[in-house]
Design a protein around this ligand. Structure first.
Ligand code: 13P
Ligand code: SF4
Length: 329
């Protein structure tokens, strides 16, 4: 079948009917082999996607993997800024994302023009940006970070040097409290998924499971972090549940990670706190969940949509990512 590239560009993914009896995991495996493709997936992907991925990780591990990949095609099961980072680090590879609409509310909270205007007020400050940003924002940053290495990255800059931290205000404030860095200016952005966790709901669960440990991602609000037993990136939360002697965990991050937690510790109990009772929202990342097995299959088959970034922009955006990777070795 011939695919209309314009229509893929317009709607953001390959929209074709497929035979309902198709064994998608088997077909994906066959296409990966045929095309020498590799699938990278973030921990927030649906379980069935994690199960067919070649590599699963948090934002840092996925960037490290994307830099040194031996394949012709990288299919990124995650959101756009992650696929962009993979393309920037492996510009000669074809990078595919199964749905271009997989954005990020945190990246959206930091628009290029607004950020450029903001930077003018802080001339001479070093600009640290979380990888959850567009390539344009990275192109005007000095160094990137992820939730795994933010403390290390901030500490790599001399104490007397003013720094800007963007875009997540919760992670920024948390890092500021750990590093004691007073000369750190924080952009006022947030991730809708982590901001939704509600103290009251968590306390209700705590009274039901008094022995459970509360483990939280630093993108959660301060009052949640203050009562947490452990705070860490997605990968750090996973290793904590493996090493810690407790049997019950309240997991304050996107619940996709619970799939790996259960696989690693099948006898332990993992509870995902619901968002505010008054809110009909959900604690899943709707952007991450746009990726489906069907879209992965069609993307591999037609090699669309492809991540294409202007070469100059890629060259500029690569510098802060490479600095981060160098310090994180
Ligand atoms: P990490 O992968 O660094 O834990 O970040 C979580 C996140 O929100 C990714 O979108
Ligand atoms: Fe962005 Fe939040 Fe979704 Fe991560 S969980 S991709 S930060 S919206």
């Amino acid at each position: 079948m011939i695919i209309n590239v314009n229509s893929v560009d317009k709607i953001g993914f390959v929209d074709l009917d497929i035979d309902n009896n198709l064994d998608l995991p088997a077909e994906i495996k066959r296409l990966k082999k045929e095309k020498n493709a590799i699938i990278l997936a973030h921990y927030y992907q649906n379980s069935e996607i994690q199960d067919i991925a070649d590599f699963i990780g948090d934002s840092l591990a996925l960037s490290q993997k994307a830099e040194n990949i031996d394949a012709d095609i990288i299919l990124f099961a995650g959101v756009s800024f992650m696929a962009e980072t993979a393309k920037i680090l492996s510009p000669n590879k074809k990078v595919l994302i199964p749905d271009r609409n997989a954005g990020c509310s945190l990246a959206d909270s930091c628009k290029y023009d607004d950020f450029k205007f903001f930077l003018k007020k802080y001339n001479g400050y070093k600009v640290i940006t979380y990888v959850n940003t567009t390539a344009e924002i990275k192109s005007i940053s000095d160094i990137c970070c992820t939730s795994s290495n933010a403390v290390k990255i901030v500490n790599s800059i001399p104490k007397e040097q003013g720094v800007i931290f963007a875009p997540d205000r919760n992670l920024g404030n948390y890092i500021k409290s750990i590093t004691g860095r007073e000369n750190m200016v924080i952009w006022d952005g947030a991730c809708h998924v982590h901001e939704e966790f509600d103290l009251e709901e968590i306390l209700k669960i705590r009274s039901k499971y008094p022995k459970a440990k509360l483990i939280s991602h630093p993108e959660c609000k301060k009052h949640i972090l203050m009562i947490s037993d452990f705070i860490g990136s997605t990968a750090d939360l996973l290793s904590y549940t493996i090493k810690d002697g407790s049997n019950e965990f309240i997991v304050a991050t996107e619940p996709g990670i619970i799939h790996q937690m259960k696989k690693a510790s099948p006898d332990k109990v993992f509870i995902s706190p619901p968002p505010k009772a008054t809110n009909c929202g959900c604690n899943e990342c709707s952007f991450m969940k746009l990726i489906t097995l069907k879209k992965i299959y069609l993307t591999l088959k037609y090699e669309l949509p492809e991540v294409i970034i202007d070469e100059n922009l890629m060259n500029l955006a690569r510098l802060p990512i490479k600095r981060m990777l160098e310090i994180s070795k």
